[in-house]
Design a binder for this molecule. Structure first.
Ligand code: NAD
Length: 291
């Protein structure tokens, strides 16, 4: 961990990254639009450069963590800053879409620097912990060369692929799965309360049900990956069995006057799959409808 690092952005996440680097004895320069945010880090040993370009010039590795890509572009896309990038490694840890990552990779590489795009799967208090996952894609050279430093930020770090947008794509895919569960919990809580169950009861049954849900989730991914959409001996529950149980949700919403926007959307997807296939198909037969 002997590389000089410049961290651009000392918000919640950028400060946590800089603190972790300082804690590991890494020479660290920190720049922030509002200089006052660098003061607590300076007290820990960070150097505060007079400008973005001075910070980049002092470092071998530049870590960017600002609000969004528009803020990142506003920092980088200035003549003196752009020319300071030549020969550096840039690790972009600002959240963005796959397209933004691709575009930034092209721009950074055109200015003679290596580009690695990262997605942090954690809140700032988890930076530096052994279990913390950070996903990276883009330059394999940058990843390999700075691996010890990247692992210092999160022990669960992994390299997803050489296409710069892939870390962001995996981040979005994993969050989509999380939102499915969270939105489902919102609907489930409404049903439970409408039928006189308290949420403590709902909560107490979540962990018992989780192994069943997890098994169904992994089975869905494996079957989709193998394109095994027809029902077979290994099918856990047919499309027909799912759809029959799903009717109880529609009925509960109707009877208790609950908002049913999400169940209706799910019903449309079920119906579309059933119109194209059969009740005997596997639940994975819904997958092509999402493409
Ligand atoms: P924050 O609001 O605490 O900090 C944002 C930083 O961006 C500040 O340092 C601010 O000065 C800087 N900034 C904003 N606009 C700027 C501009 N135009 N020019 C220069 N600097 C500008 O936010 P945060 O929580 O530190 O998040 C930073 C990034 O990390 C975001 O992209 C966020 O999505 C990502 N992230 C955050 C978390 C989290 O839990 N906080 C988790 C994963 C990823």
């Amino acid at each position: 961990m002997i590389s000089n690092v410049c961290v651009l952005g000392a918000g919640r996440m950028g400060s946590s990254i800089a603190r972790t680097l300082l804690d590991r004895g890494c020479p660290t320069w920190v720049w922030n639009r509002t200089a006052a945010k660098c003061e607590p880090l300076a007290a820990l040993g960070a150097k505060v450069p007079p400008s973005v370009e001075a910070g980049i010039e002092a470092a071998e590795l530049v870590i960017i963590n600002v609000l969004d890509y528009a803020a990142s572009e506003a920092l980088l896309k200035r003549g003196d800053v752009a020319s300071a990038l030549a020969g550096k490694a840039v690790v972009q840890l600002t959240s963005g879409s796959p397209r933004l990552a691709r575009e930034e990779a092209r721009w950074v590489e055109a200015h003679g620097a290596g580009y690695l795009d990262g997605a942090i799967m954690a809140t700032p208090d988890f930076i530096g912990k052994p279990e913390t996952a950070v996903l990276y894609s883009g330059s394999r050279d940058v990843y390999e060369k700075h691996k010890p430093l990247l692992f210092a930020l999160g022990g669960g770090t992994s390299y997803v692929g050489e296409l710069p947008g892939q870390a962001s794509a995996l981040d979005t895919a994993l969050l989509t799965q999380m939102w499915g569960g969270l939105f489902g919990a919102l609907q489930g809580m409404a049903v439970a309360e409408a039928e006189g169950l308290d949420l403590a009861t709902f909560r107490s049954h979540l962990s018992g049900f989780k192994p069943v849900v997890d098994a169904a989730l992994f089975d869905l991914v494996d079957r989709t990956n193998a394109r095994r959409f027809a029902g077979d001996d290994a099918t856990l529950a047919s499309l027909g069995a799912h759809y029959s149980a799903f009717q109880h949700l529609l009925e509960a919403c109707e009877e208790r006057g609950l908002d049913a926007a999400m169940p209706r959307a799910m019903d449309m997807i079920f119906r579309q799959a059933l119109s194209l296939g059969s009740m005997e198909d596997d639940f994975a037969s819904l997958a092509p409808l999402f493409r």
